[in-house]
Design a binder for this molecule. Sequence first.
Ligand SMILES: NC(=O)c1ccc[n+]([C@@H]2O[C@H](COP(=O)([O-])OP(=O)(O)OC[C@H]3O[C@@H](n4cnc5c(N)ncnc54)[C@H](OP(=O)(O)O)[C@@H]3O)[C@@H](O)[C@H]2O)c1
Length: 236
Amino acid sequence: MADNASAPTRRIVIIGCSDGIGLGTARKLLDDGWQVVGISRSRGPLEHAAYHHEVLDVGLPGYRAKLAEIVAKRGPFDTCLYCAGIGASCDLGDLGPDLQVFQVNLMAAVETAAELLPRMVRERRGHFAVLSSQADELVVPEHPSYAASKAAMSAYFEALALAARPAGVRVTNIRFGFVDTKMAKAPVRPFLRSTDWAVKIVVRALAGKAIRVTRPRRLVPLVKLLRWLTAWRIRW
Ligand SMILES: NC(=O)c1ccc[n+]([C@@H]2O[C@H](COP(=O)([O-])OP(=O)(O)OC[C@H]3O[C@@H](n4cnc5c(N)ncnc54)[C@H](OP(=O)(O)O)[C@@H]3O)[C@@H](O)[C@H]2O)c1
């Protein structure tokens, strides 16, 4: 994906850029000559002449207004990658953390699209990519909000992708299995992949036109089996 000398510099905003897949993707794109603006609650380790970081919590009220200020100051962006994500264990005595999961994983992603997509559509170019999960197909009693937020995220952004395609704007939903970051804390992590592996998939997706990217493919039958088992539990 290296830009050639005559190509304009690509500008991306990565939300969730201090760690994990977002951080790895930022490093790779900077190596490839992109200008990157990162947003997350902590500054992260990235230092680069073409990198600027904004400390911002997407889960707090006023996120969209602050994002608009960042876009006015540092944009416009031809590409956005929404990586911010959290999970919460089920606690029937306190569902507050679930609200935060929906805010960070879903509502702030929609707010980000609301801020960035109209300009892309007006200019008839741009790419908005989100990191969802293969868990979007599951009902998970141990972490109900994570899978549910990803289900809504996948359905919403794949619908936006179809709606935006005639306007020349690409929207991509990237659905990973287990990637070895601090997010993947489950005791059993079948077909676990490295962050570098995930970054390669993201960078390839940013260069392509696919609406849905599901990796690793080997996890797909296991997800289908889990979905079938849960459907059986719900029914009986
Ligand atoms: N790892 C996996 O197995 C896996 C599998 C499927 C999908 N995914 C998805 O991939 C995305 C990235 O996950 P990851 O594994 O790279 O996780 P990670 O290492 O935990 O990184 C998450 C990033 O999101 C940022 N973030 C979290 N809450 C935020 C908030 N309120 N405001 C701003 N930034 C926030 C974090 O930065 P700060 O803490 O500094 O704010 C961090 O930079 C997530 O959406 C996740 O659901 C991951």
